[in-house]
Design a protein around this ligand. Structure first.
Ligand code: ZN
Length: 149
């Protein structure tokens, strides 16, 4: 388990240091701002849709290592997926960070599994889930901003 933990930590450090898809998107179909007042994480998530397929995702903003790494891993994971697949990943990821790895479907999570340890730190759960809330709001067209509170 400690080897797995180390691997998870590497993924988070790597995505925090060099976040993927960290750029504005001028031709985004949808754009949502996400804010986590407890930690100060503040990101804008951009989505480009072609029908029900997410053809591009990017984000900009600032936050702690967990939130930034989560936005980076989220963006690279849902790119190319359908909105339904993204919703199902949201649910799996949500279960992972709130209830822990036992209940989650680790197989389907890929790099998202790196956040398995987050459930042991309740204050960090909202950091990890923030980019996902913003993505979901963008996909469901639920306004232009979301907050974890
Ligand atoms: Zn945070």
């Amino acid at each position: 388990m400690s080897q797995l933990r180390e691997l998870y930590q590497q993924v988070i450090l790597d995505h925090n240091r060099s976040p993927r898809n960290y750029r504005p998107m001028t031709d985004a179909t949808r754009k949502v701002e996400g804010y986590n007042p407890l930690c100060g994480d503040h990101f804008t998530v951009y989505v480009r849709l072609d029908g029900k397929v997410i053809t591009d995702v990017s984000f900009q903003g600032a936050g702690c290592a967990i939130s930034k790494a989560s936005a980076s891993v989220m963006s690279s994971t849902v790119k190319g997926k359908t909105t339904d697949e993204a919703e199902s990943l949201f649910r799996t990821f949500h279960a992972l960070v709130t209830k822990g790895p036992e209940d989650a479907d680790i197989e389907t999570l890929g790099k998202l599994a790196a956040f398995a340890g987050v459930n042991e730190f309740p204050a960090r759960v909202k950091c990890a889930i923030l980019p996902w809330h913003a993505l979901r709001a963008a996909l469901e067209e639920k306004g232009s901003s979301v907050t974890t509170e």
